[in-house]
Every structure is written in C-alpha cells, then in structure tokens.
Design a protein around this ligand. Structure first.
Ligand code: C5P
Length: 236
C-alpha cells in the first residue's frame, strides 16, 4: 500500500525587518486588529490542508509567546536561524519525526498576510503531480534595467521575468537536502533557488497580486486595503 502524502506548512518568522524602521519585527506590527503573523497563520489554517505549521522564531523574540495562536494545536515552534534559509531548515528539522521525504512542504513568509486559501489550493492542485514542485509568482510588468552604479548596462527581456512570491512548494526530503547543501550561500534568497542550485527546475504558478510582502512602512496600509477588499468580495 502506498502511503498517503501529507502537506506541511513552514513559516520563517525570525527576521527583524530593518526596512520598516519600527520598534519591533514587522511580523508583530498591527494590521486590522491583529499582528501581521496572526493574519498569515490564520490564512494557512483556513486553507485546511496542513497537518501542522512549523514556525521559525528568533530565540530572543518576546512577542511570539504572547500570541494565543502560538499554542494552537497545529502550530509547532522552531528556533530561527541567521538567514531565512537557516530558519526554514530549522523549521523542517522540527517536523523530521513526523514528515516523510515525499510529503509536500509549503513555505510561506510570515510577512505575507494577504495570502488566500484559493491561491494555496491552486498551487497545490497545479503541482501535486509534479516531480519537483514550484512557487507562486507574478509576471513583471515593469521594464527592468541592469545597472552598475547610476549607469544602465542593458534592458532585461521582461517576458521571461517573474517575481517570486510564497508559498513555495517542494518535497520534504529534497527541500531539506537542498537547503543543507546551500548553507551560507547568499544567493539563496528563497527555497526555489536552493533547488535550482541542485539542478532541479521548479515551476511557476501565477499568483494573486495582492499577496504582498510587508517590507516598507507604506505596505501596511496597502495590506489593510487588500484584506478589506478580500473580505468584501467573499461576502458579496
Ligand atoms: O527579510 P525578508 O522580508 O526577505 O524575510 C522574509 C521572511 O523570512 C520573513 O517572514 C522573515 O521573518 C523570515 N526570516 C527568517 N529568518 C531570518 C531572516 C528572515 O525567518 N534570519
């Protein structure tokens, strides 16, 4: 008998978010009456597909234990690492006893609170038969310039350029091996890049443009707008 495939979520949440210039890491800033990370985790729980969500938290983080959601039965807390990839690897290691190599893992940034269950389900449905897995992404609508200082060296062909979002969906065993092999490599800024370095070719699945990452102070107002609009459109 073949074993059923389980879906796990991993949420790296151990960053400090310097570009926000705030008094606390960006995942703990308030958005529509809750913290950013509570929105992100609630959306993952609402998708109703994950056996558990492994969340990587900095050891010095005083905010996480204060949140009710940190003791939710489906949430596992892992120790964050120096870089995002270290945090993801630690969150994967925290579920090693339960997860099988062929299980799917969806890695989602704590700082993307507007993810919808519909996008999560679409990613899973499009990739669950795939050999490697892949990521939500958005086509680039801007013209992109390659530069050196203030000089433009050339213009990239934007028809082949996509912006990587999360979730990013890969097999547990392969993702863990790729991130372990990529340890300390500054070029690995997402999970897909770690697999690419191993010679795999992840797929893209077009995501919704409102799945923004909170990076700068003005992003909070934009996220608030998107959350309200999503609630209005699901009610109508
Ligand atoms: O800084 P950036 O927005 O790229 O971070 C993306 C996600 O990775 C955030 O949710 C952040 O908390 C997380 N992260 C982490 N460990 C680090 C650095 C970032 O979990 N060392």
């Amino acid at each position: 008998m073949t074993q059923a495939i389980t879906y796990w979520a991993v949420v790296p949440a151990a960053g400090v978010g310097k570009r926000m210039n705030a008094d606390r890491p960006k995942q703990y800033l308030e958005l529509d009456g809750k913290t950013v990370i509570e929105h992100s985790l609630s959306r993952l729980l609402q998708a109703d597909v994950f056996a558990a969500i492994s969340v990587a938290i900095s050891m010095e983080d005083p905010y996480w234990p204060e949140l009710g959601i940190s003791t939710h039965s489906k949430i596992i807390t892992a120790a964050g690492g120096k870089e995002r990839a270290d945090s993801v690897l630690s969150a994967l290691t925290a579920i090693a006893a339960q997860a099988a190599d062929d299980d799917w893992v969806l890695v989602h940034d704590a700082a993307r609170p507007c993810i919808t269950a519909a996008d999560i389900h679409r990613l899973i449905n499009e990739l669950k038969q795939d050999e490697v897995g892949g990521i939500l992404a958005l086509p680039s609508h801007d013209t992109l310039k390659k530069t050196q200082g203030q000089d433009i060296l050339g213009t990239l062909d934007r028809s082949h350029i996509w912006r990587a979002l999360t979730p990013q969906m890969f097999r547990y065993g392969r993702l863990k091996a790729a991130l372990s092999a990529a340890a300390g490599n500054p070029a690995v800024t997402d999970e897909a890049s770690a697999l690419e370095l191993q010679g795999w070719q992840p797929k893209i699945v077009e995501g919704r443009p409102d799945n923004i990452k909170i990076t700068r102070p003005e992003d909070l107002a934009l996220a608030q707008f998107y959350l309200e609009r999503q609630i209005r459109t699901t009610k109508s």
